[in-house]
Design a protein. Structure first.
Length: 116
C-alpha cells in the first residue's frame, strides 16, 4: 500500500510522520508540504510534492488533486494527517476521494503502525 503524508504544523508531527514512514511496509511514500517542509529528511525513499498551504480551502484541494493525480497506483492509500490543520486535512481528503482512491488512516503507536 502507498502512504500519503501531510507535513505541516503541529508539535511532534514530523516525528510521527517519520516514524510511520520507517516502521510501515510501504510500496511508495508521498509526502506533501510547503517550502519549510522541504527540509524534511528520512531514512526511507519518498517523493516530496510541494504545495502552497496558504491557499483557500477549495484552491488547496484543487492543487492537491492536480499534483496527486497519476501518482497513486492502487485503489486505496494509507493517509497520515498527524500534521497540519483542519483546512489542510479536508482539502487533502477531498482531493484523494476525487481521484478517486480509498483512504485508510494510518498512525504509529507504541504497538506499531495501525489502521484507524
Amino acid at each position: 500500500m502507498e502512504l500519503v503524508a501531510l507535513l505541516s504544523s503541529g508539535k511532534g508531527s514530523w516525528a510521527q510522520v517519520s516514524g510511520l514512514m520507517n516502521h510501515g511496509e510501504w510500496d511508495k511514500i508521498i509526502v506533501l508540504g510547503d517550502d519549510f517542509a522541504m527540509k524534511f529528511t528520512s531514512e526511507r525513499k519518498f517523493e516530496f510534492i510541494k504545495v502552497d498551504l496558504t491557499k483557500k480551502i477549495r484552491d488547496l484541494k484543487d492543487e492537491f488533486l492536480e499534483k496527486l493525480r497519476g501518482k497513486i497506483n492502487g485503489t486505496e492509500v494509507a493517509l497520515s494527517i498527524a500534521s497540519g490543520n483542519g483546512k489542510e486535512h479536508m482539502s487533502l481528503i477531498s482531493a484523494l476521494l476525487n481521484i478517486p482512491v480509498g483512504i485508510r488512516f494510518a498512525a504509529l503507536t507504541k504497538d506499531g503502525v495501525i489502521d484507524l
